[in-house]
Design a protein around this ligand. Structure first.
Ligand SMILES: *Cc1c(COP(=O)(O)O)cnc(C)c1O
Length: 230
């Protein structure tokens, strides 16, 4: 099956899952995670209608982000201080912020670039040592910190669920949703109407659980780009 067919089919499945969950399909953005493929595959997905792409390495952004005017790029990988300039130069949304020191550097780089950087705070809901992200009970501190930075705008939260356990993934996503609502309520006077709007949760194996739990962004790699994925 071609990337085009896979992408279109996935889009339809996502729309169907939204309807089943009583949600408007337009509320959910499908980010095609292109970290394992090259420019040609990105072009195929673009031709199929994909406009949101995700990369987990700055070099992937540098290589692919300039290729298609009109595409939105998401940085979903580990943030390294020395690459923050490159990330800010090319990412429309950074999903993986969880440290104050990186927030400060993003703020400075964004100011130098004349932009305001949209970010999500990555939360380690499951508490697995192998996962990065902020502990849920410490997310509020980072949100507070970011609200003091003029060139950083917090759009919401991101998480990765434990693998191979769909019920566990669903529970993890529900917790992220609750945390998002709490953080939003704590800052109900915030004038930015997209503050804490987004929930980035769900990948190739667990996007259905993400949508059922209120995801506004799903990040999907293999189900779009890997013909062996079923
Ligand atoms: C690779 C990756 C994805 C996509 O994973 P698939 O299982 O290929 O859909 C999503 N989010 C992050 C943070 C990733 O690194």
């Amino acid at each position: 099956m071609s990337i085009e067919t896979r992408y279109r089919r996935l889009e339809e499945e996502i729309a169907k899952a939204c309807m089943q969950a009583g949600r408007d399909p337009h509320e959910v953005a499908l980010v095609a995670v292109s970290k394992t493929v090259g420019a040609d595959e990105v072009s195929e997905a673009f031709a199929a209608g994909a406009r949101n792409f995700g990369e987990n390495r700055p070099d992937g952004l540098l290589e692919k982000a300039p290729l298609h005017a009109g595409a939105t790029w998401h940085f979903i990988g580990n943030i390294q201080s020395r690459r923050i300039g490159d990330i800010v130069a090319h990412a429309d949304l950074v999903h993986s912020l969880f440290e104050e020191r990186h927030a400060d550097k993003i703020d400075a780089a964004a100011r130098a670039a004349g932009k305001v950087q949209d970010v999500l705070i990555e939360v380690n809901v499951s508490g697995e040592a192998s996962k990065s992200g902020r502990a849920p009970d410490e997310a509020a501190l980072l949100v507070e910190h970011c609200l003091g930075l003029a060139n950083v705008r917090v759009r919401g939260l991101m998480t990765m669920a434990p693998q191979g356990d769909l019920a566990g993934a669903r529970a993890c996503f529900e917790l992220l949703h609750t945390l998002r609502d709490e953080l939003k309520a704590e800052h109900s006077s915030c004038e930015d109407d997209r503050f804490m709007h987004d929930l980035s949760m769900g990948m190739s194996e667990d996007w259905r659980e993400g949508i059922a739990a209120g995801a506004t962004i799903v990040r999907i790699g293999r189900a779009v780009f890997d013909d062996a994925f079923e």
